[in-house]
Ligand binder design. Structure first.
Ligand code: UD1
Ligand code: CA
Length: 453
């Protein structure tokens, strides 16, 4: 069965009180419309049509992709009118209507809905609501057969008692759509061309309207203001937390955990509270992440340990490597297996070899550090001369004394050593001690100044 998907995203979203078009407001760092597009893609349709209007340029600029077609709805004359703007592009047997501001709809729900559609049957997604105010109501006859949708503003008192609401999500046989949309009128309470009027037309034409219930109200909830947006965000986070736990991750508190991107996890991973995972994060088996860590676009190999309050961005930690508390691994950081980075250590574009250690208070930028080397507390790679960046290259089993300044470009051979407090400006050969500091003088009998009377 071929499928076209139409996503309505032309509305203004006045209640967001924002310069940003509503559908670009993010849930978990991704525009709401981006979530809907990804869900649409997962159904492998023959086309995806996005109907845009308010902020059309911004929306297109942000989300343009080869597999999307944008249709402009210059004036928002109603949901039926919106779908009509995409009509010329539609050719599939089934057309599914989604909404750019209803981001949490799940592929599985849509699959169930699509399974209902045939030449003589529509699939309509409805939801049972405690308070259906504002929603279109599903009107059924005495035997429960759907007859029509009546919008809240057009509904009688009796119809307003109906608690089964229209989610707006609808799947129809494509060849009927042009005829139905062509017959819509706007003589109703809002003066709009309602997509929902298609239901009564289908019934009049002898088609059946089959319904599917959304399992969960949040799945079909739209965001009209920032309060609803925050509800969608927390619902999304709960969903992600449950998904990870189902895959074998221990979350110390699923309420205090956020995913803002794509996470791949192994088994027996433990994540403490207030951890944020951003971008693309790969976490292998047995990794432990302490509290208050932000981890972005990083790879954590088997058994890696990240202690509290660490910040990783574009980093890779080797098997059994550990960092933190308070470690900062910036883009291009690569820790070898069993490497150790301690507190207040910053690495950028730096490779720390297998078993190498930087235990305390260091900046290691544009550096290559060989296996088993030990970086003393307070070591700084001076990688920047104010105009250009230079590299520090270190062999294996090097020992850098505390508070050394390594002025790049500089290289240190295998098993070389620097004395504490050295400023190292020239290369150090293998098996050599470099001492680059003023020689100590002792002044005997030195009298400290005394306070004037
Ligand atoms: C619509 C449904 C209602 C349903 C409710 C669920 C109709 C007539 N009513 O009502 O039955 O219960 O959604 O939330 O369909 N849009 C456009 N162009 C337009 C008008 C709307 O793109 O000309 C988009 C909006 O951006 C929005 C969506 O369609 O994403 C729904 O529009 P909205 O005006 O919010 O419809 P409701 O009145 O809520
Ligand atoms: Ca709405």
């Amino acid at each position: 069965m071929s499928l076209d998907i139409v996503i309505l995203a032309a509305g203004q979203g006045t209640r967001m009180r924002s310069a940003l078009p509503k559908v670009l407001h993010p849930v978990a760092d991704k525009p709401m419309l981006g979530h809907v597009i990804d869900t649409a893609r997962s159904l492998q349709p023959s086309s995806i049509q996005v109907v845009i209007g308010h902020g059309a340029d911004k929306v297109r600029e942000r989300l343009a992709a080869d597999d999307l077609n944008f249709a402009i709805q210059a004036e928002q004359l109603g949901t039926g009118h919106a779908v009509a703007q995409a009509l010329p592009q539609l050719s599939a047997e089934t057309v599914l209507i989604l909404y750019g501001d209803v981001p949490l709809i799940e592929p599985a729900t849509l699959q169930r809905l699509l399974a209902l559609v045939s030449d003589d049957q529509l699939g309509l997604l409805t939801v049972e609501l405690a308070d259906p105010t504002g929603y279109g109501r599903i009107v059924r006859d005495g035997s429960g057969v759907v007859q029509a949708i009546v919008e809240h503003k057009d509904a009688s008192e009796a119809q307003r008692q109906i608690r089964e609401g229209n989610t707006g999500i609808l799947a129809v046989p494509g060849k009927r759509l042009a005829d139905w949309l062509g017959r819509l009128s706007n003589s109703n309470a809002q003066g709009e061309y309602y997509l929902t009027d298609v239901i009564a037309m289908a019934v009049a034409d002898g088609l059946t309207v089959a319904t599917e219930r959304a399992a969960d109200e949040m799945e079909v909830l739209g965001a009209n203001d920032r309060i609803q947006l925050s509800q969608l965000e927390s619902h999304y986070q709960q969903r992600m937390a449950r998904r990870l736990m189902a895959q074998g991750v221990t979350l110390r508190d699923p309420q205090r955990f956020d995913v803002r991107g794509e996470v791949t996890v192994g088994r027996d991973v433990t994540i403490d509270i207030n951890v944020i995972l951003e971008g693309k994060v790969i976490i292998e088996d047995d990794v432990q992440i302490g509290p208050n860590c932000v981890i972005k676009d990083s790879v954590l190999r088997k058994g890696a340990i990240i202690k509290a309050n660490s910040h990783l961005d574009g980093a890779e930690m080797g098997e059994g490597a550990d960092c933190g508390p308070f470690a900062r691994l910036r883009p291009g950081t690569k820790l070898g297996a069993k490497a150790h980075v301690g507190n207040f250590v910053e690495l950028k574009n730096a490779v720390l070899g297998e078993g190498a250690k930087a235990g305390h208070l260091s900046y290691l930028g544009d550096a290559e550090i060989g296996a088993r080397s030990n970086i003393g507390a307070g070591t700084i790679t001076c990688n920047y001369d104010g105009a250009n960046k230079f590299r520090t290259v270190m062999g294996e089993d090097v020992f850098i004394g505390s508070n050394s300044a390594l002025v790049a470009p500089v290289s240190l051979g295998d098993r070389s050593t620097t004395g504490a407090g050295s400023v190292v400006t020239s290369d150090v050969p293998a098996d050599t001690l470099a001492v680059g500091r003023a020689k100590q003088r002792n002044i005997e009998g030195w009298k400290r100044p005394t306070k004037k009377a």
